[in-house]
Design a protein around this ligand. Structure first.
Ligand SMILES: *[C@@H]1O[C@H](CO)[C@@H](O)[C@H](O)[C@H]1NC(C)=O
Length: 278
């Protein structure tokens, strides 16, 4: 950590960033404006056990007008009625490292559960789940094999589309599993129960993309991808229209463990290459 605890990032501005659908929108995008420095995770490690909380813990922000309950089951993200989108995210950013989330996804056709790292320049490293396996037939899978969907956005551009990887015999809507993402200047890897399901090397970055290298916050949540008012493609992707007769649909998160590779007081975007990442 430098004495100021501030590090700079992002040299090559002036890139034409394209902003696509379904992207999380930052309050201030440093590619478009001068933004305040962001609070960083100062510790190397942050761990929280949501089963021991009875109210929203400090260090997290819950989306406006949404409710997340904290019970001995963990943090409960419930899709109970049309329009619900319970989400919460860390108040702090991390730069490289790893997170582990112990969770059980929400069941239900078209109901999307997610654990997403995302940044103010709209880099994203995603785990996404749909309660009916994105409409894969038959459902539930006869061989008991579910697959994982991962996704990368680089400055708002979808890298390779929603990619499904390595089927395995886990039942994400019935059992708790540990989902992890590890990333740094060289690679991104996704794990289920400590088994790697996908890995991407920075040297293999497709042309026209920038390997995600900006400070990220972790967001957890559920939303109605299969809300019939969404556009056709979103509903299709989500696995079809949500059947409210089976509601409520709840995702449970037991714990989150974050390791920050480059702890600091804050992260500031600059127009010079000073990144610890290079
Ligand atoms: C959190 O993750 C770190 C790094 O993987 C690990 O060393 C530590 O034991 C974990 N903490 C808990 C409470 O699981």
């Amino acid at each position: 950590m430098g004495s100021s605890g501030i590090i700079g990032l992002l040299g090559v501005l002036g890139l034409a960033a394209q902003f696509t659908n379904a992207q999380l929108e930052p309050d201030c995008n440093p590619l478009k404006a001068v933004c305040e420095p962001k609070k960083a995770l100062f510790e190397e490690n942050y761990y929280i056990d949501f089963t021991k909380q009875s109210s929203p813990p400090s260090g997290w922000t819950i989306a406006n007008n949404e409710v997340i309950n904290f019970t001995p089951n963990g943090a409960e993200f419930t899709y109970g009625k049309k329009g619900d989108a319970p989400n919460m995210w860390t108040d702090f950013y991390m730069l490289g490292g790893r997170y582990d989330v112990e969770m059980k996804i929400a069941p239900g056709q078209g109901v999307i559960s997610s654990a997403v790292l995302w940044s103010d320049v709209q880099d994203e490293i995603d785990f996404e789940f749909s309660g009916n396996q994105f409409g894969q037939k038959p459902f539930p899978p006869q061989d008991g094999m579910w697959s994982v969907e991962t996704n990368i956005f680089a400055r708002g551009k979808m890298w390779d589309g929603a990619a499904t990887y390595q089927k395995d015999t886990f039942k994400p809507a019935e059992q708790f599993h540990k989902y992890s993402v590890e990333w740094d200047e060289k690679h991104m890897s996704w794990y289920v129960d400590d088994k790697v399901v996908r890995s991407v090397q920075a040297k293999d970055t497709p042309s026209g993309f920038v390997f995600p290298q900006s400070p990220m916050k972790l967001q957890l949540g559920v939303w109605g991808g299969g809300d019939p008012d969404n556009n056709h493609w979103t509903v299709e992707w989500a696995g079809g229209e949500i059947d409210m007769k089976g509601a409520p649909y709840t995702m449970l998160v037991k714990s989150v463990n974050i390791t920050n590779k480059y702890p600091a007081d804050q992260y500031r975007y600059t127009d010079k290459w000073e990144s610890r990442f290079h």
